[in-house]
Each structure stands twice: as C-alpha cells, then as structure tokens.
Design a protein around this ligand. Structure first.
Ligand SMILES: N[C@@H](CCC(=O)N[C@@H](CS)C(=O)NCC(=O)O)C(=O)O
Length: 302
C-alpha cells in the first residue's frame, strides 16, 4: 500500500493540481475526503489548525500547501521531473501567478456564475477564510470584466504553444503546465468559461494532453484510519536542519501562518528551517507528535 495519504475533496482546484502530478509521476496514493469548509475535526489534529486544502500525510509527517507537497514528491520520486532543464525558477515563479492572481480570477468566475446557488454557510465560510474578499454580488457584477481579463491571459498561453510544442517548456511537461492546468479545470465547470478555453485550439489540445496524465492509482482511506497512521508513527528521532542567521534555534516555540487566506496560526517546536521550508513538532492528544512542514514563501514565522 502507498505511504502517501492525500487529504482533499474532489472539486478542490488545488487538490487537482496535486492529483494531476500524481498522474504525471505515476504514483499510488490513498485518498481521504475532507469537508469543504470548517469544521474539519479529523484534519485539525494533523495540521495543528492549518485549514487549507489539500494536505499530504506520510506517517506523522504532514505537508501543508501544494509547494511543500510538490517539493516532497519531487524529492521522493524525482523521475519524471517537474523541473526539466533547471526550470525551478519558472515553475515556482509561475505558481505565484497561477495560485494567486490567476486563481483569484478563476474564483471570481466560479463565484460570479454560481455564487447564487451556493449554500449560505459555504459563502460565509469563504468570506471568513478570505478576510472578507468574497462578495457574490460584486463578483457577479464583475463577471464580464473578469472574463475579458481571463481571455487576454489565456491568449498568452496560446501564444506560448504557437510553435506546436506539446508543453509550455517543450516536449516534456513541467510544473509550469500543472500550475496553469488546474485553473482551467476549475473554471471549465462554468459553460461560458469552457467556451472561452475552446476558442484557443492549441490550448484546448494542451488541456486534453495534461488531463491525459490522469490521477495515478487512487485508493480510499477513512479519516479515522489516517489519524491512526499518524498516531502509530514514531517521529521522535527525526531531526531537520536549521539555517544560521535567522535568530531562531531548534526547540524554539514558533507560530507559522499563511500570509494571504486562511490565516490560522499553527504553534509548535521548531525542528527545521531552510530557505524553502519550516518544520515544527506539534503535539495533541489525538495523534501525539506530528511534524508539520510549511513552505517559507507565502508564510509568516513569528
Ligand atoms: N497556497 C495554498 C492554497 C490552497 C487553497 O487556497 N485551497 C483552497 C481550496 S482548493 C482552500 O483551502 N479553501 C478553503 C478550504 O478548503 O477550507 C496551496 O498551494 O495549497
């Protein structure tokens, strides 16, 4: 059985980013379906309060945010690589555009089109989550303008494929492809947005190509079984590495929190601090010790 436990829900766009990478790397994984909104009682003991979707679990190691999930998958399963020809800068840099600015437009399209039909408690949850930035009436009114912006940005992508290449960086897929793909997957549930993508022939073929990677080999796991896996794993011997010069030492009590949405601070004992990752030991009665990994980019340590 695979060691990878993936906490997500099927309609989750950031979940789709990772599921398509599971497919690209041909991985087997165990799927735990989690609630789309708070409360998430079987997630909180693992994440110490971090509430975003998705989260990856391997034993009692918890990887929060698609950045740390991708970095861990790339380390454990380097072939095929997400970074052909040293494309780390392009892949990670692109993800800050696709995950923030472009995803903001994608969410504007989905909420603008379907917000009226979404349950009130879901809208309330997302309004809290976003710090007040979800306003269905405003998103509905802005929909035609959001679509115009979207179309212009999709044209960049069409131009990027104009020489007949299969993927944005050439004949091999890279993180750049998966960064963009999940946004188009997400908005395509809105018929007008699907038609917009269909207007771009090369991009449409590219969508099919990336979808063709599939999701790897998925099996189902209950959330209680996932908690039991974390509880059984002894992580007392794990030690990370601390980079000098940041004024923090192993064992310091710190909090880590996203700097954009879902700003819930997670408290723990510092174990590892590098330029790209911070890991803390967090303890609670449900699972005992877990080691929670966060990215540095987009997260505040205090
Ligand atoms: N930076 C995060 C963004 C994740 C994100 O925004 N996920 C959304 C939905 S897929 C979310 O957490 N929504 C609130 C929730 O699921 O409770 C990542 O890369 O994982």
């Amino acid at each position: 059985m695979s060691d990878i436990i993936f906490h997500h829900y099927d309609p989750s766009p950031f979940g789709e980013k990772i599921r398509s990478i599971f497919g690209f790397k041909g991985l087997a994984w165990q799927s735990v379906q989690i609630p789309r909104m708070m409360p998430k009682p079987d997630v909180m003991p693992l994440t110490g309060g971090y509430r975003k979707t998705p989260v990856m679990q391997i034993g009692a190691h918890i990887f929060c945010d698609t950045q740390t999930i991708i970095r861990e998958l790339e380390t454990r399963f380097p072939t095929p690589t997400l970074f052909p020809n040293n494309s780390e800068f392009l892949g990670w840099g692109m993800s800050f555009w696709t995950d923030k600015l472009l995803f903001g437009a994608s969410a504007g399209i989905v909420f603008g089109a379907f917000g009226d039909k979404m349950p009130e408690e879901f809208i309330k949850d997302r309004a809290e989550y976003s710090g007040g930035n979800i306003n269905v009436e405003k998103m509905k009114a802005a929909l035609p303008y959001t679509m115009q912006q979207y179309k212009t940005m999709l044209d960049w992508a069409e131009q990027g494929l104009s020489d007949g290449r299969s993927f944005f960086l050439g004949e091999e897929a890279s993180l750049v492809d998966f960064d963009l793909y999940y946004n188009l997957w997400f908005v395509s549930r809105v018929p007008e947005a699907k038609s917009l993508v269909d207007e771009f022939p090369k991009l449409s073929k590219w969508v099919e190509r990336v979808a063709g990677f599939g999701h790897g080999q998925q099996s189902e796991l209950s959330s209680t079984d996932a908690l039991a896996v974390a509880k059984e794993d002894d992580v007392s011997g794990w030690s990370g590495s601390i980079e000098e010069g940041e004024g923090l030492s192993k064992g310091n009590t710190i909090t880590v929190m996203p700097n954009d949405t879902g700003r819930v601070p997670v408290t723990g004992e510092l174990l590892s601090l590098t330029k790209q990752e911070v890991a803390i030991r967090h303890n609670n009665d449900t699972v005992g010790d877990v080691i929670i990994h966060f990215p540095r980019a987009g997260f505040i340590i205090s």
